[in-house]
Design a protein around this ligand. Structure first.
Ligand SMILES: [Fe+2]
Length: 376
């Protein structure tokens, strides 16, 4: 038996409920364990917790503009790793041309998020058309390629030595956020059969970070059929039905889409803001105490961030206090809009991430100063 040391307590001038009825003019900051699942306390500050006049040292937030990354190679294994650790690898991939080979990831499950463009997926399980806003889960070992990749841009998230799973929806029930029946599986259709043949094909297999190549005198995507309960699958963010409350600002974890043992993927999709006068309408300040936090901005207006546009990534290492940017905070205090139209992918990692050279090359160096000016 074990349990957290918990001692709910209210001290001084404070709200008794998280994210609601803040003392007048105060700024709420959360300090907590295990993301938003463990014990936590909420401080009601007189000044914005990001109101520093300077910030020195290695604990720095980062922002990367992936729009500045040149169109890349035909293989995802040559796409640059932006951020990574032993459990998670994030790559950004704009194929420079059609894939003339198959690939297979022997290191872990692959999650592709289609940021822009469209393509035809051919894989062990059949054929599937993919388009912007799609998540595509490719189980470890799947042979695949993408065809017709005009203007395609992907965020590739690898669960190293692990499996992408769906989160426990708890009180919401298993059909919340999106019904698992919305997960599309490839079909062994006419297009799949048409790409089979006796020509030479290479399969580039990534294992332990190194690539090996198997060459076949035929296309190894030659199955006539399959059965089982493991498959590639696809869901589009348009099919998400997010939960929200008019009286309670839900934490980011309410938008969890996929989970692995050492990181989670959350998706922020368009949703109305809270309407209760006492409920906060903006993300609360917090320290990110246990998780490195990465957000990829896909579409819309990112309501808690200034100067961030689609195709950018922010990276807040664990321990870095953050919250709404000053202009975003100001906008929200006057509540000028009834809803957010943002679409963003968040990857929260339990272990520290390393920044790759390709990300460093497109870093916006002034990001750390973007909270300057008090945050209000
Ligand atoms: Fe955060």
């Amino acid at each position: 038996m074990k349990d957290y040391i918990r001692y709910p307590h209210v001290e001084g001038v404070a709200s008794r409920q998280a994210h609601a009825d803040l003392p007048k003019g105060s700024y709420e900051r959360e300090m907590g364990k295990e993301g938003f699942f463990g014990p936590a306390s909420f401080f009601y500050h007189r000044h914005p917790p990001t109101g520093w006049t300077s910030f020195e040292g290695p604990l720095r937030p980062h922002a990367f503009d992936l729009n500045r990354i040149a169109r890349g190679p035909a293989s995802p294994w040559e796409a640059p790793v932006l951020l990574g650790n032993a459990h998670c690898q994030l790559r950004y991939w704009e194929p420079g041309g059609a894939m003339d080979h198959l690939v297979r990831n022997a290191d872990g499950d692959q999650l592709l998020f289609v940021h822009r463009g469209a393509a035809e997926l051919y894989c062990d399980f059949g054929h599937l058309a993919v388009t912007a806003g799609d998540y595509l889960v490719l189980p470890r070992g799947t042979m695949w390629r993408l065809d017709g990749v005009a203007d395609l841009a992907l965020l590739a998230i690898e669960a190293c030595n692990a499996t992408f799973m769906l989160p426990d929806k708890g009180l919401l029930g298993p059909h919340a956020l999106f019904d698992p029946a919305m997960l599309d599986v490839p079909k062994m259709d006419e297009a799949f059969r048409a790409q089979q043949g006796e020509g030479e094909w290479r399969v580039r297999i990534k294992c332990r970070g190194q690539v090996s190549t198997a060459t076949f005198p035929f296309n190894p995507l030659d199955a006539t059929g399959w059965h089982g309960d493991l498959a590639a699958c696809r869901i589009n963010v348009r099919d998400f039905r997010p939960v929200m409350s008019h009286r309670y600002h839900l934490p980011p974890s309410a938008h969890t889409t996929f989970v692995t043992p050492r990181f989670v993927v959350c998706t922020f999709v368009p949703r109305p803001f809270e309407t209760d006068p006492g409920a906060i309408k903006i993300p609360f300040f917090h320290n990110n105490d246990d998780y490195d936090e990465v957000i990829f901005y896909h579409a819309g207006d990112f309501f808690s961030r200034d100067n961030i546009r689609p195709g950018m990534v922010t990276y807040h290492p664990a321990g870095f206090t953050h919250g709404p940017h000053p202009k975003a905070l100001q906008r929200m205090l006057v509540q000028s809009k009834p809803a957010t139209d943002e679409v963003a992918v968040m990857v929260d990692c339990r272990d520290p991430l390393e920044i790759g050279a390709a990300a460093s090359a497109v870093e916006w160096g002034g990001y750390v100063d973007s909270w300057k000016g008090g945050g209000a």
